[in-house]
Design a protein around this ligand. Structure first.
Ligand SMILES: [Zn+2]
Length: 289
């Protein structure tokens, strides 16, 4: 969705450069892709690659920054964002979404680098700009960004985790409810947010740290703040694991994400998608110039 929204704001020469780079350096065809229904748009197709490749590339840590839910002071992200480094003993590479995005931007910008490396960097950037605007990629309540928090989604019989609800379930529900294709939804958001884009044009082109804090606040206010009953704010615990006991504590609250929650979430999701798409386009227009 973010890539489809961005497409409309790319300068024509940049759009061609993006498509050429991606088409001339395709994703390994042997890689198992999560999205089986491959979109025609090369940017949209590339957007999901970093999730498909994260175990192979050891870049799972690069998709988020676990700012504790209790923290609302805008300070440095350093406590939750270790410096980038290589994989040690087969473990995931250290780093977080903000420094990973900054690194990949330098790779994409550097025309002396091999094109395959720059295509990979482009895939990461498209993906990370989306991830950083999903509140649970900047928010943690000792629950792995909502991955360890189960609840009922509408009338579904098996519980869902809050992270998946925000990654795709609310959006899928919205598309089904309005009988919209992804492209039609992207076009609708581009039309509805035209006014906001004018304000964003005047902002700093890329400030991943500011985006993370801004989205973290959305996580506090809307993602957790709209749950009824609510989940208590936890004292940050870096050693917290997703145990059966932890899952059970939230399940016992019998939270349902239904029409009320959906009504509060969708305006926020629309704004996050539109903002991310617009910022991605601007970032690529500036970096590939
Ligand atoms: Zn991701």
């Amino acid at each position: 969705m973010v890539a489809l929204i961005a497409r409309a704001h790319l300068n024509p020469a940049i759009a061609s450069a993006v498509d050429d780079l991606l088409k001339q350096n395709p994703v390994d065809p042997a890689l198992n892709r999560f999205c089986k229904d491959r979109p025609d748009d090369p940017m949209a197709d590339a957007a999901t690659w970093p999730d498909d490749a994260k175990s192979r590339e050891k870049t799972g840590n690069w998709h988020y920054v676990d700012i504790p839910r209790s923290v609302d002071q805008v300070t440095s992200l350093d406590p939750w964002c270790p410096p980038l480094g290589p994989s040690v003993d087969g473990k995931n590479r250290p780093g977080c979404i903000t420094n990973a995005m900054e690194f990949e931007l330098t790779v994409l910008h550097d025309k002396a680098r091999p094109v395959a490396e720059r295509a990979t960097a482009l895939r990461y950037i498209i993906h990370f700009v989306g991830d950083i605007h999903q509140p649970l990629h900047d928010e943690d309540n000792n629950d792995q960004g909502g991955n360890c928090t189960s609840m009922q989604f509408f009338s579904e019989t098996t519980p869902s985790n809050l992270h998946a609800i925000w990654d795709y379930k609310l959006i899928q529900h919205r598309l089904e409810q309005a009988k919209l294709t992804q492209s039609a939804y992207a076009a609708d958001l581009n039309a509805r947010f035209a006014e906001k884009f004018r304000a964003l044009s005047a902002a700093k082109p890329a400030d991943a740290t500011a985006w993370a804090w801004e989205t973290h606040a959305v996580g506090q206010a809307v993602v957790y703040g709209s749950l009824d009953p609510g989940i208590p704010v936890e004292t940050p615990d870096a050693q917290a694991v997703c145990s059966a006991e932890r899952r059970g504590k939230v399940s016992a609250l019998h939270i349902t994400v239904g029409a009320d929650y959906f009504g509060k979430a969708i305006p926020v999701i629309d704004a996050q998608l539109a903002t991310a798409g617009f910022r991605l386009a601007r970032l690529l227009n500036d970096t590939l110039r």
